[in-house]
Write a protein that binds this ligand. Structure first.
Ligand SMILES: Nc1ncnc2c1ncn2[C@@H]1O[C@H](COP(=O)(O)OP(=O)(O)O)[C@@H](O)[C@H]1O
Ligand SMILES: O=P([O-])([O-])O[C@@H]1[C@@H](O)[C@H](O)[C@@H](O)[C@H](O)[C@@H]1O
Length: 380
């Protein structure tokens, strides 16, 4: 399987990109990321009643976790990444932390909006927890919307088909390693906006897979990704709700254990997982170890409604754990030419330490229900 460091022979721009990044990042500033996908409006509905209206879009959940957990230099006020997102003039959350910090491109079309219909009866462990309908769609993100400079890593995190194939291709050219959420590639929308899926191999994105480093899919999306074919081209991560996740690469696979959580809203779990995973790579963890951080932030996401708020003490605990358990502050994968998938000998210790931080998080939430927990969307 080609690693991110390997590029097709004819990809001059990508080779040049690698050279630039290698020279720039050796002992240099923290690694800058490029996050592409639009913020949106989420309307949460249960039993025919609106039970929540929140900021949504993977860009919001991913920014939140990257800001909380990615390594940064002491003097850096914000985590080093750029967001390319599009919203309309009706955007209701311009002053929320993530959009305020990294504003969107304004369009004449309305902000993308999803209705999430939650089941009125208790969901079984593996049944889809919600049905999504895209009720409005903002403009797509075009290659020309991306900054014309190089990035250490890219995250393609569209929710409504806004990351066009040519935009993903441009990201691959600009970024040393690209991580993709399958929901950006395989969603199809029928006449009333109901979200369905198409097989990845039938989309124009399929040919780009060998140049992608990681592809994350939920267990519902995995059959459309075709894990057995895709794992020969990039590392595939399948998330499985409360059961954690599995990684598949060419020649190996691993299961990564979850963290306990009291789920009140499943929205954003996959997005927060991908961001936690990316932060883990940036801290220098192997892919299987980084997935622990993905599971940790996925569990944190489901414990609150909408984009979660993290308690500073919990974040401090996580930072101390990462400082202790990681040997480098920047990933050899993103910073250099080597990369590992396998679990390391700190995996179990890291899991145990994060489990403690997860316990701290749930205690703090119970003690302070105002801390982002706006009510239970899930239970009957
Ligand atoms: N109920 C839960 N308890 C603990 N962790 C969870 C729970 N639901 C989700 N997670 C975490 O979030 C990750 C992503 O959740 P999942 O439901 O698979 O994604 P999606 O939101 O894309 O459907 C999981 O792999 C797991 O680590
Ligand atoms: O829950 P999750 O799969 O991680 O991601 C979600 C998307 O599937 C949904 O379309 C969007 O409206 C949510 O805000 C969130 O981004």
């Amino acid at each position: 399987m080609p690693l991110a460091a390997e590029v097709p022979d004819d990809a001059h721009e990508e080779r040049e990109n690698q050279q630039l990044l290698l020279s720039k990042t050796k002992g240099g500033p923290a690694l800058e990321g490029l996050l592409v996908g639009s913020y949106c409006h989420d309307v949460l509905i249960r039993g025919g009643r609106v039970v929540g209206e929140t900021l949504g879009g993977a860009a919001a959940f991913v920014s939140n976790v990257l800001d909380a957990a990615s390594p940064r230099e002491e003097e850096q006020e914000a985590a080093p990444f750029v967001v390319v997102s599009k919203v309309g003039h009706d955007f209701a959350y311009a002053s929320a932390p993530a959009p305020a910090q990294r504003p969107s491109l304004l369009c004449a079309s309305p902000t993308t909006s999803f209705h999430a219909q939650f089941s009125d009866t208790a969901a079984s462990a593996h049944a889809p927890d919600r049905e999504l309908r895209r009720v409005r769609a903002c403009d797509p993100i075009y290659p020309a919307d991306l900054p014309d400079r190089r990035f250490a890593y890219g995250l393609a995190v569209g929710v409504a088909g806004e990351v066009l194939p040519e935009t993903l291709e441009r990201m691959i050219r600009l970024c040393r390693a690209v991580l993709v959420d399958a929901q950006a590639l395989i969603r199809a929308f029928d006449g009333d906006g109901s979200v369905g899926h198409v097989a990845l191999e039938d989309t124009p994105y399929a040919r780009l897979l060998p140049r992608v480093a990681f592809l994350k899919a939920s267990s519902e999306e995995a059959p459309y990704v075709g894990v057995e074919t895709a794992r020969r081209q990039c590392c595939v991560i399948v998330t499985d709700g409360r059961d954690g996740c599995r990684l598949y690469w060419d020649g190996g696979e691993a299961r990564v254990a979850p963290f306990p959580a009291v789920q009140v809203d499943p929205t954003g779990a996959g997005d927060s997982f991908l961001a936690g995973f990316t932060a883990g790579l940036l801290w220098g963890l192997s892919a299987t170890d980084a997935a622990l951080l993905g599971n940790f932030f996925g569990a944190a996401a489901v414990s609150q409604v909408g984009v979660p708020t993290f308690h500073p003490k919990m974040l401090q605990a996580v930072k101390e754990i990462l400082e202790e358990k990681t040997t480098k502050r920047s990933s050899p994968f993103i910073n250099g030419t080597t990369f590992t998938f396998e679990r390391s000998n700190v995996h179990d210790e890291l899991h145990a330490a994060l489990q403690e931080a997860a316990r701290l998080m749930s205690e703090q939430q119970q003690a302070d229900p105002a801390n982002g927990n706006g009510g239970d969307i899930c239970s009957t």
